[in-house]
Ligand binder design. Structure first.
Ligand code: HEC
Length: 91
């Protein structure tokens, strides 16, 4: 009885570690994908979810910086993603 429950626990630990590792590896793949995306891609994918995609020349450089901060919270973007989008919009 004792040995079998130890075996069970061992299996749970092994399975848990496996799942955890899979999650970590998957997370890396995911963040590489995001890292590989350009500002224009991120802009096209994120900024039209709630409204029409605003074109780069519709606002001034300073306005884009403020809008970037505002929309980062709305679109739940990371700092890096926001920087890329604002860089594209203000180029
Ligand atoms: C989750 C929904 C959502 C996403 C995603 C989103 N926006 Fe918005 N956006 C809004 C709403 C709502 C408003 C109007 C109200 C406000 O200003 O908060 C708005 C307003 C704007 C305006 C008008 C100026 C202003 O600040 O009010 C601009 C420009 C803009 N968004 C740009 C963007 C860009 C660029 C992105 C991509 C990074 C983006 N939005 C992503 C919801 C969103």
């Amino acid at each position: 009885m004792k040995t079998s429950s130890i075996k069970k626990i061992t299996w749970v630990i092994i399975a848990g570690t496996g799942l955890l590792l899979a999650g970590i590896l998957n997370g890396c793949v995911e963040s590489q994908k995001v890292a590989a995306k350009s500002g224009v891609q991120l802009w096209a994918e994120n900024c039209q979810r709630c409204h029409n995609t605003p074109s780069p020349n519709s606002f001034s450089h300073d306005q884009w910086i403020t809008i970037g901060m505002h929309m980062q919270t709305r679109a739940q973007l990371t700092e890096k993603e926001k920087e890329k989008i604002v860089a594209f919009l203000t180029q």
